[in-house]
Design a protein around this ligand. Structure first.
Ligand code: CTP
Ligand code: MG
Length: 226
């Protein structure tokens, strides 16, 4: 089943502390951004890529992705101040009606099996997110004091990709903006409308490159893939 992917890539990577957009940092021979887009370039079901970028970075991004551009059309849109605004810009640029996937440019190690599962589940049920089970015990604390130990059996660490029927995502995004709600993922926007979101078990490899330690993990993951 075909889908379009929306990739927010307009962040600044503050927590990485590299003094530049972390997506330009290399893992092995290629940048994080190149690795992420490669997965979609190689997936025959991916029809189109819509990417939110900072205008001043678009030229260098186009250069990085030039080998991909020949294979798959990439539409660039202007990113916003928050991740949610960048995704909203992608949503506005979309012209079709199929299933849409939102995926962080900062997660280069997703696999196509997860994409397939997500797209099918979203087509059937409306919304599906990739997540892995929490390995650690998670506690709710307030002001440094534990208030509750949560039941680990029911806890999931949520990633992207997240897949949606387009109309549902559009409605959720529009409503959130209208009501001034800022979420850290698209699922939260859909959940707050009372809509059920399905969890699809993902992979621990699908790490978001956030701090320097993640780059070292990235090198290991890349070596293992080869
Ligand atoms: N992103 C975006 N627009 C923003 C902020 C983030 O498109 N205004 C993108 C990032 O480029 C990244 C994804 O959203 O691909 C996930 O965000 P995150 O990992 O938080 O990246 P940054 O915001 O760049 O990093 P930091 O929060 O450490 O500054
Ligand atoms: Mg951020």
């Amino acid at each position: 089943m075909n889908y379009t992917v929306m990739i927010p890539a307009a962040g600044s990577g503050k927590r990485m502390g590299a003094g530049q957009n972390k997506l330009f940092l290399k893992i092995g021979e290629h940048s994080i951004l190149y690795h992420t887009v490669s997965v979609f370039k190689e997936d025959p079901n991916c029809e189109e890529i819509i990417m939110a970028v900072k205008p001043e970075e678009q030229a260098v991004i186009e250069e990085i992705l030039q080998p991909h551009q020949h294979v798959k059309p990439i539409t660039f849109v202007k990113g916003g101040g928050e991740r949610q605004n960048s995704v909203a810009a992608c949503i506005s640029a979309y012209k079709g009606k199929s299933i849409v996937l939102v995926h962080d440019a900062a997660r280069p190690f997703l696999n196509s099996a997860i994409i397939t599962k997500l797209v099918h589940t979203a087509n059937e049920k409306g919304a599906a997110i990739a997540a892995v089970r929490a390995k650690d015990t998670i506690k709710y604390a307030d002001g440094g004091t534990v208030k509750e130990t949560l039941n680990r059996e029911k806890l999931w660490l949520v990633q992207t990709p997240q897949a949606f029927q387009y109309e549902l995502l559009k409605k959720a995004s529009d409503l959130a903006i209208q009501e001034g709600f800022l979420g850290t993922d698209e699922s939260a926007l859909v959940e707050r409308m009372g809509y059920e979101v399905q969890v699809v078990e993902g992979s621990y490899d699908n790490v978001k490159m956030t701090t320097q330690e993640d780059l070292a993990i990235g090198e290991i993951l890349l070596a293992r893939r080869k």
